[in-house]
Write a protein that binds this ligand. Structure first.
Ligand SMILES: *[C@@H]1O[C@H](CO)[C@@H](O)[C@H](O)[C@H]1NC(C)=O
Ligand SMILES: *[C@@H]1O[C@H](CO)[C@@H](O)[C@H](O)[C@H]1NC(C)=O
Ligand SMILES: *[C@@H]1O[C@H](CO)[C@@H](O)[C@H](O)[C@H]1NC(C)=O
Ligand SMILES: *[C@@H]1O[C@H](CO)[C@@H](O)[C@H](O)[C@H]1NC(C)=O
Length: 361
């Protein structure tokens, strides 16, 4: 009895030590594979065939050997891909020949895939000649994080040629490199969200070469969190030069300087801009030259050590200002600086400022 028990325990122990690389949830909805074993059991991936969300990580190995079995022109293969339920696919942790990436996109052209995420990939080698018309999937979202491309700045233009032009969301983090070859890039007619967050080396200069003029006509949300931006007015100048007109701009988590140069505040912000995030930006005072009117301004988690004066602030409906070290040390109750108190305080200051301006008029 005791012997059988310990045998069972041992069996349990072994199965814990070498878990199945793939796991499918009970609803057959989400399936995730992590092929970290030196001799991975690739066939375990078959259980992901009918999942809607599929995530595959290849343990950082080269997928070169799959190249010879990739024959996108086989009809059988197309029928199989058509039967897939997958809508969201994540591929990660691998070294992949470019030819395999594009064979995969071609095959996924038969699928109903909507969202593709590529993470921790090294794309090697050169590209096959581009297709005459886009044969890849009609993606609505493409997200890349830590993907490097052997061909340098042409990668986005080449990737774009495989995609049908429905893309609405494009996010590119930890890019190598993030400069795009603008003359090769086509317009993204339906792209509303461009998220370049988490590229700390970008800076205003890098942004100027990433925002290809007139390629993002439908843009509404521009994410520049943690991108090494230095001043809001510098960003304003880049947006103006690129004729990009976002409605919402996220500049949080950048070490921003408040511009003091009066000439710099002459930049004209996009007229549609209604929301600006300057949270976690190390600001000691409200930067000059912000857009005149905003519906949301997030100045939370900065180092503002006194309440901004009304004349320093744009007209804003929803000001978020918690997590700053004011009220002044001279304030009788410094402990009661809750966000709603500071917000109310700033709102009344604003009201005084506005009514003061009206009185002057
Ligand atoms: C995949 O497995 C490796 C090694 O066991 C682990 O470090 C990594 O966090 C896993 N990745 C995911 C997404 O579970
Ligand atoms: C980025 O991806 C490479 C593989 O291409 C990997 O070796 C590296 O650890 C990843 N870096 C981060 C920060 O995850
Ligand atoms: C893309 O935008 C065009 C107009 O620019 C529109 O006619 C078309 O329906 C949009 N396509 C999708 C898939 O949203
Ligand atoms: C601004 O950015 C911070 C940090 O990136 C985030 O936590 C916050 O929710 C954002 N604010 C708004 C109004 O979206």
């Amino acid at each position: 009895q005791g012997y059988r028990g310990s045998e069972a325990l041992m069996a349990m122990h072994t199965s814990e030590a070498t878990p199945e690389p793939c796991e499918l949830d009970d609803r057959d909805y989400r399936c995730a594979c992590n092929f970290t074993d030196p001799e991975p059991d690739w066939s375990s991936g078959i259980q992901c065939m009918f999942a809607v969300e599929v995530e595959i990580r290849a343990g950082g190995r080269s997928l070169e050997k799959f190249l010879k079995s990739a024959d996108p022109d086989s009809l059988e293969y197309a029928d199989m891909v058509k039967a897939l339920r997958v809508r969201r696919l994540t591929l990660g942790a691998a070294r992949v020949p470019a030819r395999l990436v594009f064979a995969l996109l071609h095959a996924l052209g038969y699928s109903r895939l909507k969202e593709l995420t590529l993470e921790d990939l090294e794309v090697t080698g050169t590209y096959p000649p581009p297709p005459l018309e886009a044969t890849g999937p009609a993606l609505s979202a493409l997200r890349l994080r830590n993907v490097s491309w052997a061909t340098g700045g042409a990668w986005l233009a080449q990737l774009q040629q495989w995609l049908k032009p429905n893309l609405k969301v494009l996010s590119i983090a930890q890019a190598h490199p993030l400069a795009f070859s603008c003359e090769q890039l086509r317009t993204f007619p339906n792209l509303t969200t461009l998220d370049l967050s988490d590229n700390p080396g970008l800076g205003e200069r890098g942004l100027a070469s990433a925002l290809c003029p007139h390629k993002f006509p439908a843009l509404q949300d521009l994410g520049l969190r943690n991108t090494g931006m230095e001043t809001p007015t510098g960003v304003c100048a880049v947006l103006a030069a690129a004729a990009v007109q976002p409605h919402r701009l996220d500049l949080s988590q950048n070490a921003l300087r408040s511009t003091t140069n009066p000439g710099a505040s002459g930049c004209i912000w996009p007229s549609a801009l209604s929301s600006l995030n300057l949270s976690f930006a190390g600001l000691q005072q409200v930067p000059k030259g912000l857009p005149a009117k905003l519906s949301v301004l997030d100045l939370s988690r900065n180092r503002l050590n006194r309440a901004p004066r009304p004349e320093e602030l744009p007209q804003v409906e929803n000001l978020i200002i918690d997590g700053n070290p004011f009220p002044d040390p001279g304030d009788p109750q410094p402990q009661e600086s809750s966000s709603s108190v500071t917000r109310a305080c700033v709102h009344s200051l604003l009201a005084i400022g506005i009514s003061g301006t009206l009185a002057l008029l």
